[in-house]
Ligand binder design. Structure first.
Ligand SMILES: Nc1ncnc2c1ncn2[C@@H]1O[C@H](COP(=O)(O)OP(=O)(O)OP(=O)(O)O)[C@@H](O)[C@H]1O
Ligand SMILES: [Mg+2]
Length: 385
């Protein structure tokens, strides 16, 4: 795939700062064929009605975010809804109801992949079609059928969704907003408003996973294949209080159980973070035996033999051939906007750069930023700067 000059410029700028491109990741990623194959396989399994959890680990700058960005675009292309966010001050993994809220507030849809979408956006097309339907019966029938399906997971969710759809079809903004806030896990809805629209209960510890199941059912009724949830920086739980951290691990364990037993289907959780989550024996996953067992992870040494079919997907550094291929691609993209000497060859660039990096600090990021630095120098030289 050839990038436009503007895209090429942006991509080089992103790489210069050591970060990963969001949208060109697929065209650019090198040497992750095994991981990409496995991911395609996972999406097929999801479509067939399975649930999955994956944990991508690797040292700083090894390419986790780039791989995750590629995964997101693939999921969108394959008609999944994506939700992506990271562990941060506002969101920790220790409360499962916060997970639901985070999922619902970080959605991306295929037709609007360059921005976040709201819960309401998902129903745009359906509502449009329903509003254009000549018979009121047809609207009622379609909406009721969906609500009936949802009521098998959670009655309150189904009722709130009915209110939401009524609001949308009748163009009652207040009704739509209140129902949508409730459905997406907002906690601060004024009591009078909840009463006015007959919304009872709330997303709490016990109902969260039913809500999530109902939501996945809902989107599959709208012809999406399922939901892929990406949660980055999982290793930040290492800095949490130990009871919070153990809660987070227990939640992770619970998600693995729910997806592997078939209780939660057509949903995949992709966690990513540095390998400290594995290597830190005191605070990492090894500190929670039931979780470590579910991940088939009993020692850091055993990880090397871990296949991509396992829940843990450990990223190793790119080999020489892959780095040379990466060099070739970056040089080609760089040349789109700036002159480089004709004599510059990928192999000697590779040799020079590898030599300039201390082996113990080697990461793909270091390689890429050093390469761009070298290209900037060569290009400035030609331009006489
Ligand atoms: N397989 C790869 N192919 C091409 N470029 C790569 C690859 N892996 C990493 N890079 C580049 O290296 C840089 C660092 O990658 P990325 O941000 O994905 O690392 P990370 O593992 O998420 O790092 P951190 O631990 O700091 O979050 C980015 O510029 C990315 O584009
Ligand atoms: Mg990252």
């Amino acid at each position: 795939m050839r990038l436009s000059n503007e895209e090429a410029q942006k991509l080089i700028h992103t790489l210069r700062s050591g970060t990963s491109p969001l949208y060109q990741s697929n065209a650019f990623i090198c040497g992750r064929e095994k991981e990409l194959d496995e991911y395609h396989h996972c999406l097929k399994l999801l479509d067939k009605g399975n649930g999955l959890v994956k944990l991508i680990t690797g040292q700083y700058g090894m390419g986790k975010s780039l791989l995750v960005n590629a995964f997101k675009q693939i999921a969108l292309n394959e008609d999944f809804i994506v939700s992506s966010f990271q562990i941060n001050n506002g969101f920790r993994l220790n409360k499962i109801e916060d997970l639901y809220y985070a999922i619902m507030h970080n959605l991306t849809l295929k037709d609007n992949r360059y921005a976040k979408s709201s819960f309401e956006d998902i129903f745009e097309l359906w509502v449009e079609n329903l509003q254009g339907a000549p018979y009121a019966d047809r609207k009622r029938y379609e909406v009721n059928t969906v609500c009936q399906e949802l009521s098998r997971y959670n009655m309150n969710f189904a009722r709130a969704f009915l209110t939401f759809m009524r609001g949308r079809i009748q163009r009652n903004q207040e009704m739509t907003n209140v129902a949508s806030a409730w459905l997406t896990g907002e906690h601060h809805i004024p009591f009078e408003l909840k009463q006015k629209y007959n919304l009872s209960g709330a997303v709490d510890k016990t109902s969260t996973l039913d809500f999530l199941k109902a939501f996945v059912k809902l989107i599959t009724l709208l012809d999406y294949k399922g939901l892929v949830v990406f949660i980055d920086e999982i290793d930040l739980v290492l800095g949490d209080r130990s009871d919070f951290r153990q809660n987070a691990y227990n939640n992770l364990k619970h998600l693995i159980d729910m997806t592997s037993t078939g209780e939660m289907t057509k949903i995949m959780f992709v966690f990513s973070g540095t390998d400290q989550i594995l290597t830190n024996t005191e605070k990492g996953i090894l500190s929670n035996t039931p979780l470590a067992q579910r991940l088939n992870f009993d020692s850091v040494e055993a990880l090397e033999q871990n296949s991509t079919h396992q829940t843990i997907m450990p990223l190793s550094s790119l080999n020489a051939n892959e780095l040379i291929e990466l060099t070739r691609r970056i040089v080609r993209i760089y040349r789109q906007n700036a002159p480089l000497p004709e004599t510059l060859d990928d192999l000697s660039l590779y040799a020079q750069i590898v030599k300039s990096i201390n082996e113990s600090t080697f990461a793909t990021r270091t390689y890429v930023t050093k390469l761009i630095e070298r290209l900037d120098y060569a290009s400035n030289f030609i331009e006489g700067k």
